[in-house]
Write a protein that binds this ligand. Sequence first.
Ligand SMILES: [Zn+2]
Length: 299
Amino acid sequence: MHDNLFESADSIRARRRPDQQAPCALCGGRSFTRLFHKQGYDFTRCADCALVRLDPLPTPELLAEVYERSYREGLYAMFAKADDVRVATAHARAAAIAPNVPAGPWLDVGCSTGAFLQAVVERGIDAEGFDLSAVAVEAARARGLRATQSAVDDFTPGRRFACITAFDLVEHLIDPNPFLARVRDWLAPGGRLALTVPDIRSAQARIMGRHWYYYAPPVHVNYFDRDTIVRLLARHGLATVSIGGAPKVMTIDYVLQSLAAFNPLLHRGVRVLGHVTPASLRRRPLRIPVGELLVLASA
Ligand SMILES: [Zn+2]
């Protein structure tokens, strides 16, 4: 969508000299196999470790432009409005993580308007978060939550954390290593890092192939499965203690709206659901497996 307004993959490719190909973020390998093409980008797999990523890699400038425009055009406003959906997902995630975390404060990286922080605080846990979006942080603060406007690189924690959460974030990073090195340092001894990432070996990804909604260039850059995310965390001294499916709590209305915005082709196929399903059922929160993994790792 709006591809023509941003630098194209072809243009990034044309500027890149052959020796400028960045090494694999997981193993440092430089040999990649092309899997398929989508929206101007090749999806490639590292010949050495099987990590899947975009080719070319988007530039930081391109990603900054895309996010800026998304916020400005209110593409995320729909998600901001779907507060019931996010609150339900936040409670489900907090309930899944809390029993496996030592006592102590939590930090939510990319806390947005604070739905997850709220769920954690309601469990009697001391929690804070930060986010790049000033608007989102302001909304979190208005709810009485402890939130800071900051980029990952600029955030200086005043303490160490028993649990750090980063949902739907790692797949967006051009190089996830500096991020993982930083959050590793912010964890107390024995502290836990909880991540969600799309799983390219999930049933959803296998069934939908290249049309899978999480194959989303240029914003999703690296694509993981259970093996590659576990090994990436291990590189940073983070031992995986649990890994499993992370269902999102959604309503049928929400799914249909998301598809209309991000996958019009698929939306046309399933929108009949919106007509044949009673309104009460369309708005009922359902735990829907979307092909994401929840990974819990120990420092
Ligand atoms: Zn590799």
